[in-house]
Design a protein around this ligand. Structure first.
Ligand SMILES: Cc1cc2nc3c(=O)[nH]c(=O)nc-3n(C[C@H](O)[C@H](O)[C@H](O)COP(=O)(O)OP(=O)(O)OC[C@H]3O[C@@H](n4cnc5c(N)ncnc54)[C@H](O)[C@@H]3O)c2cc1C
Length: 385
């Protein structure tokens, strides 16, 4: 299946493929893994993309992008996955934090920060979840206490990935008490190297380390507020809707599936395995169609969150199936020999192992996606029985 792309979009995909599959990218990925192979630094690879203005291709040129359309941004998402270039930091830094600043940031924030994010020199984390707060974000306890020059942030954030490599973060904190708990949350852009911030790795379901971020009196001023005070929820839902389009989930499913198929062929697995692979592949094509159709709706400004939840649910559940099949067939063995992040086949095994287990949780768990979908269909709990 392929889509009708304009000549400009086709040209973008072709040039991107050349860069992502070429020797410079291989070297950048090796460089990023040197210091800590378990938590590779994506910045050398992102800087290479940033040099071409392709890390945020749909951002305007004055913000560090290439001024291309949003289809090109989705092509980038697909190609990063196809070439097994780690993209979790890209999702957070450019597609979530960056987009949030692009849409809701002040002129000063946009001018100062977006070119840095688009250049790949600076990464931003997204700090919403807390030890007792995940699916129910309205229960967050991080507080912004008023001070003469703004606020002081106190609280603990958890479950962000790649945060040790990040300089900035978008933090959600409570600034006001309202009967409606989704009101009174404010987003701040913060400097993770500032006094009052401690970043530590913590264990989790993922093989990629999660981080805990302690905020102990971090000073933030009015210039650090993203969007309006007490109105952060609107910005958060905007960002989550983009993630739930499911483009990166869908692209990863297909990329990992192709690898698994090659492994199955090499090792001569029989028709039962071929049947399972075919069934997942067919569903994955449906997942891709759904993701592209959601991406089109987002670009047109009429994305329905319940439909986006369908795409996120389907594509992340397919990823779970790919992960389970890979455990049965190939992955444990391949991980023993996969050490070179510059080699695409090794990189796939490492990435699958590092990222796949958490995908049905991040950006909203599968249960929460099903709740949204059921609500949209007018179903109550227990209706299926
Ligand atoms: C790979 C990965 C990357 C992540 N990156 C980030 C990040 O960058 N920034 C960030 O802030 N957070 C991040 N998270 C955290 C993520 O958003 C949360 O893990 C997620 O929202 C679930 O929250 P929780 O872990 O607290 O689980 P809980 O909300 O405590 O849920 C536990 C279980 O109960 C189920 N459950 C909860 N409520 C309901 C309900 N009402 N109905 C039915 N079932 C329910 C859930 O589906 C889940 O199975 C990441 C998580 C992962 C796995």
């Amino acid at each position: 299946m392929d889509f009708l792309l304009t000549p400009q979009q086709q040209d973008f995909r072709a040039r991107l493929r050349e860069l992502l599959g070429g020797p410079e990218m291989r070297q950048a990925l090796r460089d990023g893994s040197r210091a800590d192979p378990h938590d590779p630094d994506p910045r050398p690879a992102y800087r290479l993309l940033g040099r071409h203005r392709w890390l945020a291709p749909d951002w305007p040129a004055e913000r560090g992008g290439a001024g291309l359309d949003t289809v090109c941004a989705n092509i980038l998402t697909e190609e990063l996955a196809v070439h097994h270039v780690p993209d979790s930091a890209h999702v957070n830094s450019v597609r979530n934090a960056g987009r949030c600043l692009l849409l809701c940031g002040s002129d000063r924030q946009r001018e100062r920060l977006l070119p840095l994010l688009a250049g790949g020199d600076v990464l931003a984390a997204v700090l919403y979840s807390e030890p007792e707060t995940g699916s129910d974000l309205a229960s967050l306890r991080t507080i912004a206490r008023p001070a003469h020059d703004g606020w002081r942030l106190h609280g603990t954030k958890v479950h962000s990935v790649k945060t040790a490599h990040c300089d900035l973060a978008i933090v959600a904190a409570r600034t006001g008490e309202h009967p409606e708990p989704l009101l009174g949350i404010t987003l701040f852009v913060v400097d993770l190297r500032a006094p009052g911030v401690t970043v530590r790795p913590v264990d989790g379901v993922n093989h990629e380390p999660f981080h805990q971020v302690l905020l102990d009196g971090l000073r933030v001023g009015p210039e650090d507020v993203v969007g309006d005070v007490d109105e952060g929820w609107l910005v958060i839902t905007e960002g989550l809707a983009v993630e739930r389009v499911g483009m990166d989930y869908s692209a990863r499913v297909r990329a990992h599936l192709a690898w698994l198929r090659r492994r199955a062929a090499d090792r001569g697995f029989g028709s039962a395995v071929a049947e399972r692979l075919d069934r997942i592949s067919t569903a994955a094509e449906a997942g891709r169609l759904l993701a592209w159709s959601m991406a089109g709706r987002l670009a047109d400004g009429d994305l329905d969150p319940a439909e986006a939840a369908e795409s996120k649910w389907l594509n992340s559940e397919l990823m779970r199936e790919v992960w389970e099949l890979s455990q049965e067939l190939s992955l444990p063995h391949d991980l023993l020999t996969a050490h070179d992040p510059g080699a695409p086949e090794d990189r796939t095994a490492l990435l699958l192992n590092r990222e796949a287990p958490g995908l049905s949780l991040s950006a909203g768990t599968s249960e929460m996606m099903l709740q949204v979908i059921a609500g949209n269909l007018g179903l109550e709990a227990g209706d299926a029985q």
